[in-house]
Design a protein around this ligand. Structure first.
Ligand code: TYD
Length: 142
């Protein structure tokens, strides 16, 4: 039988958008209950060659929210058994990645900027950087 994966529950989250009534463009804001955690760090990826991939790791505790501020890229998520690909290509849609999920970011368009809003400061010990290590870690938590 198909075991329900956390991946089945993930979907792009709409970020509130304020469109200027006089046609001066849009403004999106993340506050209050948009994210289930307090943002402790913000970083962004840019100038990523289209044939490069980023990520290639999981986090033990860290939760992460990704937004394509400009351009587009794909986020491949893997729970150790299944994979799902999400395309981010709008500045008012984001993807919340829970802890314990392997991620790879690929197919960056020219000029793509990936904003990352995360739940903790940088801690190398929170990373699972090998896929085999990730699978072994999952066994210890199931
Ligand atoms: P990494 O998280 O592996 O990047 P990505 O998943 O986007 O490919 O980080 C790349 C390098 O940058 C690595 O040497 C750690 C360093 N780094 C920091 O020093 N601080 C940070 O907040 C982040 C995200 C990375």
């Amino acid at each position: 039988m198909h075991k329900k994966s956390v991946l089945d529950t993930l979907q792009l989250i709409e970020i509130p958008k304020i469109s200027d009534p006089d046609g001066r463009g849009n403004l999106s804001v993340i506050e209050k209950e948009v994210l289930p955690y307090a943002i402790k760090r913000v970083y962004y990826l840019y100038d990523v060659p289209s044939d490069s991939s980023r990520g290639g790791h999981a986090h033990i505790e860290l939760q992460q929210f990704l937004i394509a501020l400009s351009g587009s890229f794909d986020v491949v998520l893997d729970d150790g058994e299944e994979r799902r690909t999400f395309t981010l290509n709008r500045p008012n849609k984001g993807l919340l990645i829970p802890n314990g999920i392997w991620r790879e970011l690929e197919n960056f368009s020219a000029g793509a900027v990936c904003l990352s809003l995360v739940s903790d400061i940088y801690k190398e010990e929170d990373y699972l950087r090998s896929y085999d290590g990730f699978k072994a870690y999952l066994k210890t938590t199931s």
